[in-house]
Design a protein around this ligand. Structure first.
Ligand SMILES: NC(=O)c1ccc[n+]([C@@H]2O[C@H](COP(=O)([O-])OP(=O)(O)OC[C@H]3O[C@@H](n4cnc5c(N)ncnc54)[C@H](O)[C@@H]3O)[C@@H](O)[C@H]2O)c1
Ligand SMILES: CCCCC/C=C\C=C\[C@H](O)C/C=C\C/C=C\CCCC(=O)O
Length: 194
């Protein structure tokens, strides 16, 4: 068990993996919470957890540190790209993940680390997460809006999200950000300003 809010716990997970598997090739930063009643948790798990994990992955995989290179996938959300107003803290944490991925995954860093850092931004996926998140909304207006969204929008199946993740694993562009929306093939988005 790894608590991504704890440096010690995260470091321990890396040490354990290294001991059991001989090395680390890939990290998927997937841990997330949607709890607008707990700003600290949202930022600490979603954004800081991703930064902690990526930093450790770089330490354990970077070519300039004597390793072979590797791969990091940061799971953000479409809420980190579009102005969806119903979860201000959650969306901000996910936007932070998108930007952090673009910066730390930039070819400038990839050229000496050999670690491919990329981001995955799905829309609504059919997991209990969305209902837990709705029950911990920013305010009653947001709660009502989120619940009405569930009735109106088709939800992605978990298998569609995992398939898209495999497609992302075939891509090799440093810092790339993939979006998955219902009814569309997965697509990549460029930074808005170059
Ligand atoms: N379900 C969706 O609609 C959706 C859409 C886009 C992005 N996401 C993101 O996908 C990721 C996975 O979500 P999910 O839908 O599978 O929900 P989920 O609740 O099944 O997964 C979240 C996981 O994060 C773990 N977690 C929470 N705090 C943690 C901590 N401190 N340390 C370690 N692990 C911790 C939980 O134990 C849980 O297993 C999340 O980052 C979420 O924001 C979900
Ligand atoms: C952002 C507010 C919370 C929304 C529902 C609860 C949890 C879901 C979290 C996922 O990360 C997905 C986030 C937002 C998707 C919501 C709407 C998609 C609208 C897409 C569009 O307008 O094109």
């Amino acid at each position: 068990m790894c608590d991504v809010t704890s440096d010690e716990s995260f470091k321990g997970a890396f040490t354990e993996c290294k001991k059991n598997f001989g090395g680390i090739d890939i990290l998927i930063n997937n841990a997330g919470v949607g709890d607008e009643k707990n700003l600290q948790a949202v930022i600490n798990v979603n954004l800081l957890g991703t930064i902690r994990g990526t930093s450790l992955a770089l330490e354990h995989m970077s070519k300039d540190k004597g390793h072979e290179g590797g791969r990091v996938i940061n799971v953000a959300s479409i809420a980190g790209l579009k102005d969806i107003p119903f979860g201000p803290y959650y969306s901000t944490s996910k936007a932070g993940i998108v930007h952090y991925t673009r910066v730390i995954g930039h070819p400038f860093h990839f050229n000496y680390t050999g670690v491919l850092v990329q981001c995955f931004c799905p829309s609504l996926v059919k997991t209990p997460f969305i209902h837990v998140t709705a029950s911990r909304s920013y305010n009653p207006q947001c709660e009502a809006a989120i619940k009405s969204l569930f009735g109106k929008m088709p939800l992605l199946e978990v298998e569609e999200a995992t398939d898209a993740l495999f497609t992302l694993l075939e891509d090799n562009k440093p810092g790339n950000v993939m979006v998955l929306e219902n009814g569309k093939a997965p697509y990549f988005v460029a930074p808005s300003v170059s």
